[in-house]
Design a binder for this molecule. Structure first.
Ligand code: APR
Length: 311
């Protein structure tokens, strides 16, 4: 049996967890690449030792050389520093920009036909930078943010209402950071709109907890940021692309007039398939939610402009 080839750049917490999930879910052969010598090789070997126990077909290998990543169908970029307590995602900006600038040209030159999914934070900025560095069409390079934010919102809703997680369909869009836009009017619990299920102050508390869901994990871990849910969210996007499912999932995509927003990356529902972003079907937002989305976009635009990345 042959599998698609996925490269994961960065064999740290998010990258290695995503690689393991991709292998055990039989999604793809995975090449882990990292600047740290021995780290990707050691983690890949450890994963391969579990093959007979877990009985999975795909192979995971580790390398420090992009030549080994050649011809990948899809590349996930997780290289970069994670947050420590007290840091916002924006505090990572300059260090991670340097890493993205060095990684992306190597990724594209080894795998010019790949779909690229960015994970490095601050996500909306790093994905825009990656687009510029890559020269790829915008449909083929996008980021993982909205799936994770929506998953956290779903968890908090299910917990608050004491309902099964699969009865909740939550949606969080906008910036992957403090300007995130959880959308209670577009989130459903057993077929009923969340905003009609709970009093407004309780909904607002869930929204607030979602926005700071990542920071809550960082405060516990102290030495790094969340990785299980981020890795799972990456895998769901990889499965949509490689399986050419046409699933509509909240993704950090390039906006070109949608929601009145242009020339930046932000999470909104997008249809994913083998060619990457196949469509961006617009939600019907009321005025208040549209204003929230546009205010969120304005924070991203400001960061891009202060870095001189646009125009
Ligand atoms: N090329 C390849 N790998 C690199 C490079 C580079 N230029 N620079 C750093 N790395 C690697 C590190 O060696 C490390 O193994 O990236 C890995 C990052 O792993 P962690 O420090 O464990 O960070 P992680 O929790 O995985 O988060 C990675 O994803 O969610 C975001 O905010 C998070 O930006 C961070 C990224």
């Amino acid at each position: 049996m042959s599998y698609p080839k996925v490269t994961v750049v960065g064999a740290g917490q998010v990258g290695a967890t995503a690689a393991f999930l991709l292998a055990i879910r039989q999604v793809a052969d995975v090449v882990l690449v990292d600047v740290a010598e021995g780290l990707p090789q050691g983690k890949a070997l450890d994963m391969m030792h579990s093959r007979s126990v877990l009985q999975f077909g795909p192979r995971v290998s580790g390398t420090n050389d992009y030549a080994d990543t050649a011809g990948s169908d899809l590349v996930v970029v997780t290289a970069g520093l994670p947050r420590k307590p007290g840091m916002t995602r924006d505090d990572l900006l300059s260090a991670n920009a340097g890493i993205v600038r060095s990684v992306i040209p190597q990724v594209v030159s080894a795998s010019p036909d790949a779909i690229v999914i960015c994970v490095t934070n601050p996500l909306d900025i790093m994905t825009y930078l990656a687009l510029k560095e890559s020269g790829l069409p915008k449909e083929r390079i996008f980021g993982m943010g909205g799936v994770l934010d929506s998953a956290r919102f779903a968890y908090f809703i299910a917990k608050a209402l004491n309902v099964p997680i699969d009865s909740v369909e939550a949606l969080a869009c906008g910036a992957h950071g403090d300007a995130m836009v959880p959308l209670p009017r577009h989130s459903m619990v057993a077929g009923t709109v969340l905003a009609d299920t709970l009093p407004a102050d309780e909904v607002e508390a869930l929204v607030e907890r979602t926005v700071f869901g990542g920071a809550e994990v960082v405060a516990f871990l102290k030495t790094g940021s969340a990785f299980y849910a981020p890795a799972a969210s990456v895998v769901s996007m990889v499965e949509a692309v490689l399986g050419n499912t046409g699933a509509t999932v909240p993704s950090c995509v390039y906006l070109d007039g949608e929601y009145g927003v242009s020339d930046l990356y932000m999470s909104v529902p997008a249809t994913l398939g083998r060619d990457g972003v196949m469509a961006i079907p617009e939600l019907e937002l009321d005025d208040a939610d549209l204003r929230r989305m546009q205010a969120s976009a304005a924070t991203i635009a400001e960061a891009l402009d202060s870095m001189g990345l646009r125009g």
